[in-house]
Design a protein around this ligand. Structure first.
Ligand code: PGA
Length: 256
């Protein structure tokens, strides 16, 4: 995949929101109202809704993903789900290493690396999340943190290959998630350019085609300017993905 093939991706992370009735209604509205032609659209509902939503959007352009997976394929891991189970339920993608998983469940970048292998082995496209805390940003460490997270999350093990087709990176400054605050457009541009060039040292030619999403308080009102930044190839959207109208407006901005 070359840089010319970087079709924008707009992914909705519903987090721990959605019951059958409202979740299916939201997914149906997204499938019906999504601009066509448009970017690639992904909905990541809670695990309980993956299968129902995959069935409900079948035949539309909307794809469905999980929000996490376990590194093992099966076994004694109470409460966890495997990448293979997500595929079985109809998912094509999985979010890995979201900062809420890192914070709430103590996930580390090497954990993400193991999950990444499992996701790829099952045939899922993984969205690997990276991002700095406010304290790290204030200390001027943002780019170093991003490099360290990328290296520890992606560095190949054995013959496993990270490619532009099987992996997407989401840059999500932790302090921007759910806060209504975003970095300046210049800062987003600097971070994404850094991620692209650092990726080249890890995965060589695949770096040019890999999609880099921005996430953290993306809304209809700021989507167009964020998505116009070089090396921003889409968005990972939390709160605004819970309203079909807002999510579709963000998707429309990705296409224009
Ligand atoms: P937000 O969440 O859009 O609500 O800030 C983004 C995310 O956590 O992926």
């Amino acid at each position: 995949m070359s840089e010319h093939d970087r079709r924008p991706l707009v992914a909705g992370n519903w987090k721990m929101n959605g019951l059958q009735q409202d979740g299916l209604a939201l997914a149906r509205a997204v499938a019906n109202e999504m601009p066509k032609p448009g970017p690639e659209i992904l909905i990541c509902p809670p695990a309980t809704l993956v299968n129902a939503i995959a069935q409900c959007v079948e035949g539309s352009s909307v794809l469905v993903g999980g929000q996490d997976c376990h590194p093992a394929t099966s076994g004694a891991h109470t409460g966890d789900i495997s990448a293979e189970m997500l595929v079985d339920a109809g998912a094509t993608h999985v979010i890995l290493g979201h900062s809420e998983r890192r914070q709430d469940h103590g996930e580390t970048s090497p954990d993400i690396r193991a999950k990444l292998t499992a996701a790829h082995d099952a045939g899922l496209v993984a969205i690997v999340c990276i991002g700095e805390t406010l304290a790290e940003r204030d200390a001027g460490q943002t780019l170093d943190i991003l490099s360290a997270q990328l290296e520890a999350s992606l560095t190949p093990a054995g013959d496993h290959r990270v490619t532009a087709g099987n992996t997407v990176i989401a840059y999500e400054p932790i302090w921007a998630i759910g806060t209504g605050r975003t970095p300046s457009l210049d800062d987003v541009g600097v971070a994404h350019a850094h991620i692209r060039s650092f990726l080249a040292t890890l995965i060589a030619a695949e770096a040019g085609g890999m999609r880099l999403l921005y996430g953290g308080s993306v809304k209809p009102g700021n989507a167009e300017e964020l998505l116009a930044i070089a090396d921003v190839d889409g968005a990972l959207v939390g709160g605004a993905s819970l309203q079909a109208e807002d999510f579709c407006a963000i998707a429309a901005a990705a296409h224009s």
